[in-house]
Design a protein around this ligand. Structure first.
Ligand code: PMP
Ligand code: GLU
Length: 402
């Protein structure tokens, strides 16, 4: 028997993370000597701040190198509670908090803890690539809620009500959003909170980009706007983006004790505690000076403005101005159906392939985020790299027009 047939159906149907796959391809090309501008994966290009690294070194030297409590050390849970109180005005007890190996594992544990086969999850599109896979791995069914770039990808709250069925368990919100950079309006979030309470739904609010927003407003989510909805809300967050700590793998969950307990039970039977040393680093991140966070957000804003100005000067390119995160998500569909060197650009996959092969710019096709019109470029790169990336994109698009 061929080995592939011995694999479970769940994995045969699973697509590898396209963001990580394109990043790997770009890195392999670079390692082979190709001059690639990698604007694919979403991770801050800044180094992890020094005081955070020092805390990790100290943890190693102090022998803090053993198993910890499965759901995270008490000091870190308290630091997370402190952050959710100071940023969102929300009160949590340690039993309502779990620390995991990145935000991704938090989401995975939630799905495994909450979803029975056939349970439905409403997902605004464009969406981050891993949400559908995580829901489907738990047997859940994704119901996409489209959003309109002409309305700056705002939440279509009116449509949510009619999507709810007896099988609807949850809705996922991600604001600021990956990939669009949209920040949902307070009124819309409040309306979703009301709906969730009325229809007994859980809101999974992925706030991982909460420190990278360009409107000078404090972070907010459904529970901070409507405290009565806290019992319906699962807050997902982490240190990966805020503190340039993607490789350390620390994310966290805050929510009702029963869900946190169930998610922690899954963790106890899968990965056990998140890395002990990284937990000490995350503790230093959350309790140490926060000026590094503000500085990084200010630099992201400058880069957003630079990239938006460049895209704005390219004919046939439409791009909503992102209010947060570090991605631009231009509509490049006016270049579809064009042909170059015998290659037909029949959608975002073909355009992203063309950009990588011919212009040596790595970006993620919109189809991976549920909308084929777009391509995602991360601007978590220095201005020189971004300038070169935009020069190459412009030249590649011009070449398509012939
Ligand atoms: N949510 C969103 C929207 C993301 O973009 C990411 C990207 N990594 C994650 C969650 C997961 O982050 P982590 O690296 O902490 O697993
Ligand atoms: N979230 C980032 C991205 O969208 C990191 C890669 C991943 O975890 O998918 O590129």
């Amino acid at each position: 028997m061929d080995a592939i047939h011995s694999l479970a159906e769940r994995v045969r149907n699973l697509r590898p993370s396209p963001t990580l796959a394109i990043d790997a391809k770009a890195k392999a090309l670079k390692a082979g000597g190709a001059d690639v501008i990698n604007l694919s994966v979403g991770e801050p290009d800044f180094d992890t701040p020094e005081h955070i690294k020092d805390a990790a070194v100290r943890a190693i030297r102090d022998g803090f190198t053993k198993y910890t409590a499965v759901g995270g050390i008490a000091e870190l849970k308290n630091a997370i509670i402190g952050k959710l109180k100071s940023d969102y005005g929300l009160d949590y007890r340690p039993e309502e908090v779990m620390v995991s190996t990145g935000g991704k594992q938090v989401l995975y544990n939630i799905a495994q803890a909450m979803l029975d086969p056939g349970d439905e999850v409403i997902l605004p599109a464009p969406y981050w690539v891993s949400y559908p896979a995580i829901v489907e791995l738990a047997g859940g069914v994704v119901k996409c809620l489209p959003s309109d770039p002409k309305k700056a990808f705002a939440l279509d709250v009116g449509a949510i009500g009619s999507m709810i069925t007896s099988r609807t368990k949850a809705i996922i919100l991600n604001s600021p959003s990956n990939p669009t950079g949209a920040v949902y309006g307070s009124d819309d979030l409040t309306a979703v909170a009301e709906l969730a309470m009325k229809r007994n739904l859980t809101i999974i609010t992925d706030d991982i980009y909460d420190s990278i927003r360009f409107d000078d407003k404090r972070p907010e989510n459904v529970a901070s706007l409507m405290p009565e909805a806290k019992g319906n809300t699962l807050v997902v967050n982490g240190v990966s983006k805020t503190y340039a700590m993607t490789g350390w793998r620390i994310g966290y969950l805050a929510g009702p004790e029963a869900v946190v307990k169930a998610a922690t039970k899954i963790q106890s039977q899968s990965t056990s505690n998140p890395n002990a040393i990284a937990q000490k680093a995350a503790l230093a991140a959350l309790t140490g000076p926060q000026d590094c966070v503000r500085k990084m957000a200010a630099v992201f804003k400058e880069r957003r403005d630079f990239v938006m100005a460049r895209l704005g000067a390219m004919p046939g390119v439409e791009c909503v101005n992102p209010n947060g995160a570090f991605y631009v998500f231009p509509d490049l569909s006016s270049y579809y159906d064009m042909e170059i060197d015998g290659r037909k650009i029949d959608g975002s996959l073909a355009l992203a392939d063309y950009l990588l092969d011919k212009a040596r710019v790595a970006a993620v096709p919109g189809i991976a985020f549920g909308d084929d019109r777009f391509i995602r470029f991360s601007y978590a790169a220095d201005i020189k790299t971004l300038k070169e990336g935009m020069d190459r994109l412009e030249a590649a698009l011009n070449a398509l027009k012939g």
